[in-house]
Design a protein around this ligand. Structure first.
Ligand SMILES: Nc1ncnc2c1ncn2[C@@H]1O[C@H](COP(=O)(O)OP(=O)(O)OP(=O)(O)O)[C@@H](O)[C@H]1O
Length: 298
């Protein structure tokens, strides 16, 4: 492990409905054993990015650890993406999709070791209508589900499950998408249009076997039919999905136009209903500490 002078620990106090006191104390202890001090910043949900930038300006921060869900990691990524700081992830959200894709360990001590460790990966960042995305964004039925979940009182996995039935009943699928990249211009119909910088959703569904978070390209996945057998195959990680069910377009930029406004989410946060999405990739833009097992073999 490296030596550190000053570490900033960004904590989302409400994420994942978890008490974070013990985690904070453990991080402080581990950083202290490496001769460093930990500044703890608890997010408030308002102007957090400016406050994180102020810490980086005012102190000589060697590394930023993030304890929260995907939303909190995105917030920190937005704040530091133009610096050469490395981010370390302590998964503490109800959805930890990025951590899952990067093989971040499950035990806190191992997570801290990775987060303060020497191995890192320069992740691509997807930019969708100028909002950053680190792993998965989509238009359609999944974003409708997230919207219904955010409007309900019940958190956690059970909350998602409970919302799936009303979402299916109320959904206006199939949707129409017009997709334009440097090479193609196509019209598609489907239940879900996914923009993927990684392989898996936070639920574990391995929907995009081609996805590498540092290859400078992203995938557009068109899920064409609502087919329960194919969905079960995807959930069981049987990756060779039928081309009738999902179609994959690899690119570095794209524009999507929808006839009607469609629910849109980025990394698990509902953004709104959109008719136009401009997507580009910022290659290898964000340095994140990862375990060696996360580095793709060439
Ligand atoms: N102190 C706070 N009080 C209320 N909301 C906060 C606070 N700090 C951050 N937030 C909000 O938390 C959200 C990010 O949550 P994050 O994705 O990290 O965790 P999560 O547990 O996965 O969230 P969710 O339960 O919504 O899936 C952002 O919308 C942010 O504005």
């Amino acid at each position: 492990m490296e030596e550190f002078k000053e570490v900033l620990l960004v904590v989302n106090p409400i994420s994942g409905d978890l008490n974070k006191e013990e985690m904070i104390e453990t991080v402080q202890r581990e950083v202290a054993t490496k001769g460093g001090i930990t500044h703890v910043f608890e997010t408030t949900g308002k102007n957090d990015q400016e406050k994180i930038n102020k810490y980086v300006e005012d102190f000589t921060i060697d590394r930023i650890l993030v304890a929260g869900g995907d939303g909190t990691i995105n917030l920190v990524a937005e704040a530091v993406k133009d610096s050469d700081l490395t981010i370390g992830i302590i998964p503490a959200g109800s959805a930890n999709g990025l951590a899952f894709n990067l093989n971040i360990p499950r035990v806190l001590k191992d997570q801290i070791e990775v987060a303060l460790g020497k191995t890192s990966m320069d992740l691509d960042i997807l930019c969708l209508n100028n909002t950053i995305c680190l792993h998965m964004s989509d238009l359609g039925i999944n974003a409708e589900l997230i919207q219904n979940y955010e409007n309900s009182d019940l958190r956690g996995k059970f909350g998602y499950l409970l919302q799936s039935i009303p979402t299916l009943i109320k959904s206006e699928f199939p949707f129409q998408f017009s997709i334009k990249t440097k090479n193609i211009e196509v019209e598609k119909e489907g239940i879900l249009l996914c923009f993927a910088n990684a392989k898996k959703y936070g639920t574990g569904a391995n929907i995009n076997p081609l996805g590498e978070p540092n290859d400078g390209i992203f995938e557009i996945l068109v899920f064409k039919k609502f087919d329960i057998i194919e969905i079960l195959k995807t959930l069981r990680n049987e990756v060779e999905s039928d081309a009738e069910f999902v179609e994959v377009i690899q690119t570095t930029e794209a524009k999507v136009i929808c006839k009607k406004p469609i629910a849109f989410q980025i990394d698990g946060e509902f953004i709104g209903k959109e008719t136009e999405i401009d997507i580009k990739i910022l290659p290898q833009k964000l340095r994140v500490a990862v375990p060696p097992s996360a580095i793709p073999t060439a």
